[in-house]
Design a protein around this ligand. Structure first.
Ligand code: GLU
Length: 288
């Protein structure tokens, strides 16, 4: 029986994919398969400064080499075409407008550096944590509501003052985040005219009828932020399943700097995908 499950993998072509990406995407594929559903490939190529066609082509080739398969995507088409975010600006602009009309977002002229200098870090021990945007910098309610286009400003989502975001993760169970403690007003639109990740991903997951989002657990806070966007847009959120991050032998999380673990180099060195999936690296950090 055909199931309604729709999962997705969403690589950003800013470098070669590594084994950690492959593992997350593999888990996404397995979950779609087990549910008798479909897997969608979406290219998250929004940032014109950092994304390159060369990496976009490589991502698809490397994932195919690795054994990943999808039912819809930029190469095979499908009912929700286009599957490249750079070709979906209309949808993002519509969402910007809805959020703006609802008073959920405001224009902001502070730079990342201003925020980093002024803000308190949410978790001092976590260097990756984004600093919290100072509440004192929020403009009065209604600011920006008469704008006709985003223009050359950043736009931020006005996070509710007292609010806990609760969701049930498919792997981690109940998750809880508190607005203004764990994260503050976050970017939804960049002044260079590009929608921010948080907005684009919600718009596309909803438009593509995604029923479960499988991604790395470094994005748990993003999930909390995205749930606020779903709510503000009146959209039903999907289920979430966050995978553990792959670590190297020193316990460091894999990043694009681990060139030796890029799928490309592993392939060139003669490794076989089946063997990689049995390797210690594959199992590192997997606790279930
Ligand atoms: N393009 C994002 C990344 O590569 C995907 C995040 C997500 O799955 O929502 O990190």
């Amino acid at each position: 029986m055909a199931s309604g499950y729709r999962g997705r993998i969403a690589p950003t072509p800013t470098g070669y994919l590594h084994l950690g990406h492959a593992r997350t995407f593999w888990i996404a594929m397995e979950r779609a398969k087990e549910a008798g559903g479909k897997l969608i490939y979406r290219e998250e190529d929004l940032d014109p400064q950092r994304c390159k066609n060369e990496y976009a082509d490589a991502a698809m080739e490397d994932l195919k080499w690795f054994g990943c398969r999808w039912e819809e995507g930029p190469d095979v088409g499908g009912p929700h075409t286009p599957y490249r975010q750079s070709e979906r600006s209309r949808q993002f602009l519509n969402a910007w407008e809805k959020l703006k009309d609802a008073g959920a977002i405001y224009p902001c002229d502070k730079s990342r550096k201003d925020v980093a200098n002024a803000a308190r870090a949410p978790h001092a021990e976590d260097n990756d944590a984004e600093p919290i945007y100072p509440e004192a910098w929020r403009p009065p309610a209604g600011t920006g509501q008469d704008a006709r286009e985003p223009g050359a400003s950043n736009w931020r989502f006005r996070v509710p003052n007292e609010r806990e975001i609760l969701f049930d993760d498919g792997r981690l169970g109940p998750c809880e985040f508190e607005c203004l403690r764990d994260f503050g007003d976050f970017l939804v639109w960049r002044k260079d005219g590009v929608p921010a990740y948080e907005l684009a991903v919600v718009v596309d997951d909803a438009a593509m009828d995604i029923t479960e989002v499988v991604r790395g657990e470094d994005l748990l806070i993003s999930t909390a932020r995205q749930l606020l966007i779903y709510e503000a847009l009146g959209l039903k959120p999907p289920a979430f399943y966050h995978t553990p991050l792959m670590v190297d032998t020193e316990g460091q999380r894999l990043a694009k700097r681990h060139r030796s673990l890029s799928l490309r180099e592993l392939q060139e060195a003669g490794h076989k995908p089946e063997a990689l999936r049995q390797s210690e690296d594959w199992w590192s950090g997997l606790d279930d």
